[in-house]
Design a protein around this ligand. Structure first.
Ligand SMILES: [Zn+2]
Length: 422
């Protein structure tokens, strides 16, 4: 069994989306009691609170008080779910459920909004023991992407202008006289794509390995006749706070696992996937915010630096691990074309999709792929069944998103329409 030296239960909250609450988290004043031992498998527990059709109770049940300056009310029990609203410090909430580990609370706000908040940032007014454990279905994709209209006075725009290491950035350009446009960030070059007339757009990855700070995005506009015009826009790159993890495999007990940390095997797989996902196609196949391939409960974070067996192999976790039962359907998050169905030593049975514009997504450790190379898939189509193939100690989904060969944080695609260019 691999031993994880880090404390993922803490990292989960602090890393994804830059924390559960905006602003500086206050000292933990209320630690939910780890009372009831959570059952190993989750079952849907209907809410016991009145439905919207009943007469509202005259007094709001203040089961807990928000104890942070702006706490995200999320669509599900994890920071990778989009935020629906922000609750201010002191806001009372009614408890309707809790996650199995008591770290997330399903709540109703006084405005009758429902969602999940981190238990770390509330003061409890009642015992959690009487609150049912719940899981939520995968949230539907957000119907309204954030519109950032083109500003005629700013022909070159990065959306968003500030990201963390390991996130995708949309480049938008209004340039009447261009025949071709290429963009460069660090060592990665991508072409922009003509939307119509003088509007261009493309997605560039901010690699997890680029140093935080102000990073220039260089554009070269090539005019008819070959004249090259340079342009630059600064990207604010925040620290991704990627954890360092130490993993020890007991190779005496399980010598067959030596291949899992063989640099030749691992680097060979990585090179193959980089090669597969480097081409940037001119067409964009997906639109809108992506849906999660399975209920997104994170078991291992994106981007962690992993040291296996005291330096035998060092690498970065290039995807996000999501909990999955054996045989659970893994679904396409967005429209795309299947470009790889193959079995790897580390990644196990894998399926990769090309979404266009250099964006690819991969699904590893499957029990059984259900698609073939060349298939077109729509959001929600089953790609395969979850399993425990490859270098794993239990069933889960390794979900990866790459842009022009560079791994980026998969959760960002669930939160916003990364390619939205109005
Ligand atoms: Zn993984």
């Amino acid at each position: 069994m691999p031993r994880y030296a880090g404390r993922p239960e803490l990292l989960l909250c602090g890393l994804l989306l830059g924390g559960c609450a905006t602003g500086t988290p206050p000292p933990a004043v209320a630690t939910p009691t780890a009372s009831a031992q959570a059952p190993p498998t989750a079952t849907w527990t209907p809410s016991t609170t009145p439905t919207a059709t009943t007469t509202p109770t005259p007094t709001f049940p203040a089961d807990a008080l928000v104890d942070a300056d702006g706490l995200n009310l999320r669509a599900g029990p994890d920071t990778m779910h989009p935020s629906r609203d922000v609750l201010l410090r002191g806001t009372p909430v009614a408890l309707e459920g809790r996650s199995h580990d008591d770290r997330w609370l399903a709540v109703r706000s006084p405005a009758d909004d429902r969602g999940w908040i981190s238990a770390e940032f509330v003061t409890l007014r009642r015992d959690l023991a009487g609150v049912p454990t719940q899981i939520t279905p995968t949230p539907p994709p957000s119907p309204t992407p954030t519109a950032i209209p083109m500003d005629p006075s700013r022909p070159l725009v990065l959306v968003p202008p500030a990201v963390a290491q390991g996130e995708p950035v949309l480049i938008r350009l209004r340039e009447p006289g261009a025949e071709r446009v290429v963009a460069l960030l660090d060592t990665v070059e991508v072409p922009l794509h003509r939307l119509d007339g003088d509007r261009w757009a493309g997605i560039i990855p901010a690699s997890p390995d680029i140093a935080p700070g102000q990073q220039p995005v260089y554009l070269t506009v090539i005019r008819p006749g070959g004249e090259a015009v340079p342009m630059t826009e600064m990207l604010t790159l925040r620290d991704g706070h990627y954890p360092e993890e130490t993993i020890t495999l007991d190779l005496e007990q399980t010598p067959e696992r030596a291949a899992w940390i063989d640099p030749a095997v691992r680097d060979g797989e990585l090179a193959r996937l980089t090669e597969l996902t480097r081409p940037v196609g001119a067409e964009r196949f997906w639109s809108g915010t992506w849906r999660a391939p399975i209920t997104p409960t994170v078991s291992s974070l994106f981007g962690g630096k992993r040291d296996y067996n005291a330096g035998a192999y060092r690498g970065r976790h290039s995807g996000l691990d999501l909990r999955a039962r054996m045989g659970a359907p893994i679904r396409a998050p967005a429209r795309g074309r299947v470009v790889l169905v193959e079995t790897f030593v580390v990644l196990g049975n894998a399926v990769w999709l090309d979404h266009g514009w250099g964006v690819y997504s991969g699904y590893g450790h499957l029990g059984e792929p259900r698609v073939a190379v060349g298939d077109w898939v729509e959001p929600g189509d089953v790609l395969g069944l979850a399993g425990a193939s490859g270098a794993v100690t239990g069933p889960h989904l390794h979900w990866e998103v790459r842009v022009a060969g560079v791994p980026v944080h998969p959760a960002r695609w669930l939160e916003r329409d990364v390619g939205f260019a109005p």
